[in-house]
Write a protein that binds this ligand. Structure first.
Ligand code: NAD
Ligand code: UGA
Length: 360
């Protein structure tokens, strides 16, 4: 049997840990995982077919031999938490453009296939959300090959991440065009699942993405905070569906070659206010002991929550017809099911910390 040797950069993160679970459960893969963190993949550190290399990809000379040695590079390493985009923008640009740029050049030099994780944030905010345009019109689904990218002004540093990711996509495309790099670019739309981010004060510091923010509030009985009233919308995608898409991309190089794919679930759209209410209801069902205690849902301004320079994508719904046509992929898990399994795992992982806090 042919064995595919993968080098996964950012293997210790949320998506990396789930991808590793799947790859190591199937025959035909050997994985070198590179990351500065390994807590989320500790169950695999001694697994056959897997080697972990603790390394910062900023040290591109140290990354080089691992790229040389593999057949395919999966590039996930990134700072991808919105609370960082306007607070440490230099690191966000370096981490999402300057560092992976060296990886792209090495993949081209050694003729390795590159599967790179970009973001749905490259689309920016919808045209209707652009200042001066009429709002409330019909929404177009974002299409990989037609939709424009609408970012905010330079002072709105929220867009450092989207802009760095966009420039890297353009660089990858250019290497494909001029130097024959074989690549696939993935634009994830809000994947959710177990092991996403951290709970502040327990296994991380700062502000995580929205699911972990709301779980912290529910577990520790604090108010759920709706940034700018929670009017903005997201389409959330179950990590299991996402991993199916990534596996199809890994296994179908001819179909995926030179393509950009939206990976998301257009049926799972909700406002963030709607998400907060759903999560509060599901939490009471999963945790009957909490029934009767109503946790508040309150409004905060984006400046209070994230600081100056934060702007938001108002709405982003993917057109996933390309992934369906070329990869035969469609998401199957609805929002309530994805939230239930995600929230159950947070309760298992963090519930004891919440119980200890209550006793103190
Ligand atoms: P994550 O933060 O959970 O994982 C990223 C991993 O990269 C972390 O383990 C981190 O330690 C590692 N890393 C960061 N900088 C590094 C460096 N310099 N050297 C070595 N390791 C480094 O994020 P995730 O949710 O798993 O996202 C993975 C990728 O997918 C990112 O590129 C992100 O931009 C993209 N993405 C994710 C989502 C999503 O829904 N989760 C959405 C859009 C885009
Ligand atoms: C995320 C991140 O940029 C990346 O991880 C990724 O590229 C991409 O989107 C994605 O997951 O597809 P965003 O969706 O804004 O960006 O990230 P969240 O932090 O999960 O925020 C979602 C929404 O919830 C935003 O409108 C935010 O303002 C809001 N929010 C967040 C709240 O209302 N309350 C909170 O406590 C936290």
């Amino acid at each position: 049997m042919t064995v595919t040797r993968l080098c996964i950069l950012g293997c210790g993160g949320f998506i990396g840990s789930h991808l590793l679970d799947r790859l190591l459960s199937e025959a035909g893969f050997e994985v070198i995982g590179i990351d500065t963190a390994s807590t989320k993949i500790k169950c695999h550190l001694t697994s056959p077919g897997f080697s972990f290399v603790p390394l910062d990809i900023e040290n591109s000379a140290a990354v080089r031999p691992f790229i040389q040695r593999c057949d395919m590079v999966v590039s996930l390493a990134a700072l991808c938490n919105p609370s960082l985009y306007n607070t440490i923008p230099v690191r966000v640009i370096e981490n999402n453009f300057s560092q992976p740029r060296a990886v792209v050049a090495m993949c081209s030099e050694y003729k390795k296939r590159l599967v790179h994780f970009s973001t749905c944030e490259v689309y920016g905010r919808t045209i209707s959300g652009y200042a001066g345009r009429p709002s409330g019109g019909a929404i177009e689904r974002f299409n990989e090959d037609c939709s424009p990218f609408v970012l905010g002004p330079i002072g709105a540093q929220r867009w450092t991440y989207a802009c760095a990711k966009q420039l890297l996509e353009r660089l990858i495309y250019a290497y494909g065009f001029e130097r024959g790099l074989e690549f696939t670019i993935i634009r994830p739309f809000n994947f959710i699942g177990p092991r996403m981010d951290f709970i502040p004060g327990i296994d991380g510091e700062g502000v995580p993405r929205v699911i972990a923010c709301f779980m912290e509030a529910l577990l520790f009985q604090k108010p759920l905070k709706l940034v700018d009233g929670g009017k903005n919308r997201r389409t959330f995608t179950a990590i299991e569906d996402a991993i199916n898409a990534i596996m199809a991309i890994i296994k179908k190089p001819d179909k995926a070659k030179g393509q950009v794919f939206n990976i998301g679930n257009p049926a799972n759209e909700t406002t963030i206010a709607g998400l907060a209410h759903r999560m509060r209801d599901i939490y009471q069902q999963l945790n009957p002991k909490s029934a009767g205690r109503t946790i508040d849902i309150v409004n905060v301004t984006s400046e209070e929550f994230y600081g100056q320079g934060y702007e938001d994508s108002d709405r982003r719904v993917p057109d996933i017809s390309k992934a369906a046509d070329l990869l035969g992929w469609k998401p199957a898990i609805d929002l309530d099911e994805a939230l239930c399994s995600t929230m159950r795992s947070y309760i298992e992982d963090y519930g004891k910390f919440a119980a200890e806090t209550k006793q103190q």
